[in-house]
Design a binder for this molecule. Structure first.
Ligand code: RIB
Ligand code: CA
Length: 309
């Protein structure tokens, strides 16, 4: 079977780590590059975390550093959710290697050209690197087969009442991505807040004791109270959603929509405005928006991936 070449742009926090561990085990995926961006925690920490997870996977995927701040807005982090180190304090050895010397946006472009139109880009953090790459290299979009993102929400928000964190951190970059002319496959809170793993399911995964399952439980379990306070009965594996879509698209339900980002207002800054539930329709349907997931299947495939190490 020919594998899908995949580039992952991440702000490695606890669910990015789970997403990397998942993608690495999908037999139809070949990770060809990783890039890091300021998001959950600052760039130096998201980079160290990504390198640590590569060591945990025993892989030496090239890691390229990108933006240490958003395009225009002041940088805000999510250390309140992911812990000061970004991995929930779960103990991992210091990384065995350094990131590459090339900037993320240039490395991504060069790999997209090398893959000659087959590269799938999965962005699971703020979209600063992706927007920078699309701006510096206007033909990048022609070399990308697909752009999948974890970000946004047709309804609600988790950083403000109306904005999801990844989009809120850099709404201007996000707007550039949604307007780039290539359809975006968007895994927003509408679906990712349904993609949760309960405490009992976490224990079940960790019953097979390996460094990977131990790390997963140690990094995720402390997040439970945060989600319980939100009335969600498990920890949301936001960033795992686009990864499992790569192999199991059938467990997700998506709808075509127009999606644009609020970059000026105060109350709704970073909102992904969609026409899904509106009589007024945007002219251009620039996104496929994931709305539902078969959670049992999601958990089964995720658990299989983590227990396959
Ligand atoms: O809103 C959830 C998103 O923000 C996830 O990507 C999580 O890792 C954080 O970056
Ligand atoms: Ca993330």
């Amino acid at each position: 079977m020919s594998k899908i070449p995949v580039w992952i742009d991440c702000d490695t926090g606890v669910d990015d780590a789970a997403a990397l561990l998942t993608a690495n085990q999908l037999d139809n995926v070949q990770i060809v590059g990783l890039s890091t961006v300021a998001g959950n925690v600052p760039l130096d920490k998201t980079t160290v975390n990504t390198l640590k997870i590569c060591d945990l996977m025993k892989k030496d995927y090239p890691v390229y550093m990108g933006a240490d701040r958003p395009w225009i807005r002041p940088y805000v982090d999510a250390s309140d959710v992911h812990g000061n180190d970004g991995l929930g304090g779960a103990p991992l050895p210091a990384p065995s290697r350094k990131p590459e010397n090339k900037k993320a946006w240039d490395a991504l472009y060069e790999e997209a050209v090398r893959q000659d139109g087959e590269l799938v880009l999965v962005a699971i953090g703020p979209l600063t690197n992706v927007a920078t790459a699309l701006t510096l290299h206007p033909d990048l979009k022609d070399y990308l087969k697909k752009i999948l993102i974890m970000g946004g929400a047709a309804v609600g928000g988790n950083r403000t009442a109306s904005a999801e964190f990844n989009i809120y951190v850099d709404p201007d970059a996000a707007q550039t991505v949604f307007r780039c002319g290539k359809q975006i496959t968007m895994f927003g809170l509408d679906v990712t807040q349904k993609a949760y793993v309960t405490a009992e399911e976490m224990d079940r995964i960790a019953e097979k004791v390996t460094p990977v399952t131990t790390f997963f439980k140690e990094s995720m379990a402390p997040r439970m109270p945060f989600y319980e306070d939100l009335g969600i009965v498990g920890v949301c594996l936001h960033d795992v959603c686009p990864m499992l879509y790569l192999k199991y698209p059938e467990i997700f339900e998506l709808e075509e929509a127009g999606v644009y980002v609020e970059t000026q207002a105060e109350l709704t800054l970073g909102k992904t405005v969609t026409d899904l539930f509106s009589d007024h329709q945007f002219e251009k349907k620039n996104a496929m928006v994931a709305l539902r997931v078969d959670r049992e299947a999601f958990f089964r495939h995720f658990s299989d991936a983590l227990q396959s190490y």
